[in-house]
Design a protein around this ligand. Structure first.
Ligand code: ZN
Length: 290
């Protein structure tokens, strides 16, 4: 007979305990007005899964219905029922918006995003500054292109909470994939969000971020450092292909993520080219320091 396993050691109590794990399908209250349900789509690009947020009590706006997974959509509609009046999407990537149609079918709610794209059909287009006004809360749309040209963040005015979609994530950096992704525009959008008065950030992936300014500054510093690293490497080698740069810069990163890293390096190089610091065009071509 196999011996019983020894009990796991009990972790010592810490000053700031780690937030509880992100468990798919379980609604978790993050504040008086906000609940989160994680979609069961964990992965290399989605971390623990896509966060779907329910904002409001009597009238509910769902932010990012996530992928078209019936169990997830049942969990969301089970939590909000016919009080769900609005379905808003931060952008139209496959882990954020395809659930909109199924959730609309379950609730009759109005679908809103920047535009109809990638299979998403919106009932109302949202522009920068657009307001969703409920009896208990107001959500304001903030256009934040960069990760995707149609990306919106949303500020919950009553709690100064920013729903950041893929503009800012917890636990990983954001992929900028040209041509729809644009690094220069992304950095401008980070500055735009940095200027908002915020108390917390509810990202599309990962835990709630309690130090918005610090997190945004880290993002900006990371991007600035990465850009300098790419430029230095290109200056040192004169001419290089993106694959060569990725192998040096992302030496510690899982090679499975290198195709994604290539796209982000391409985005950095396109920004540097526009600034007249490098020459080149395509993701497979040669790049030269000027
Ligand atoms: Zn995305």
């Amino acid at each position: 007979m196999p011996r019983r396993k020894a009990p796991e050691p009990v972790e010592a109590e810490q000053e700031a305990p780690a937030p509880p794990p992100l468990v798919p399908g379980v609604a978790r209250a993050l504040s008086p007005l906000v609940r989160r349900i994680v979609a069961p789509n964990p992965g290399k690009m989605t971390g623990p899964g896509t966060n779907t947020y329910l904002v409001g009590i009597d009238e509910i706006a769902v932010i990012d219905p996530g992928p078209d997974l019936p169990d997830h959509l049942d969990a969301v509609s089970g939590c909000g029922g016919d009080r769900i009046r609005w379905i808003v999407c931060t952008h139209t990537h496959p882990d954020h918006s395809p659930g909109a149609a199924g959730l609309k079918a379950r609730t009759g709610a109005e679908v809103m995003a920047w535009d109809s794209r990638d299979g998403l059909e919106v009932d109302r287009k949202l522009r920068d500054g657009a307001l969703i006004e409920a009896t208990e809360f107001r959500l304001q749309a903030v256009h934040t292109p960069g990760h995707a040209s149609n990306h919106l963040c949303f500020v919950l005015e009553e709690e100064r909470m920013l729903f950041s979609g893929d503009h800012l994530m917890q636990g990983s950096t954001v992929v900028i994939s040209p041509p729809d992704g644009n690094m220069a525009v992304y950095l401008e959008s980070l500055s735009k969000v940095r200027a908002l008065r915020l108390r917390s950030i509810a990202p599309g992936h990962g835990h709630l971020i309690e130090d918005p300014r610090g997190a945004i500054d880290e993002y900006i510093e990371h991007r600035t450092a990465r850009e300098q690293q790419i430029l230095d490497l290109l200056v040192a080698s004169g001419t290089a292909k993106i694959d060569d740069l990725v192998e040096v810069i992302y030496v510690d990163v899982d090679p499975e993520l290198h195709p994604v890293a290539r796209r982000t390096v391409h985005a950095h190089l396109l920004k540097l080219a526009k600034e007249g610091k490098v020459k080149g065009r395509s993701i497979d071509g040669k790049w030269t320091a000027v």
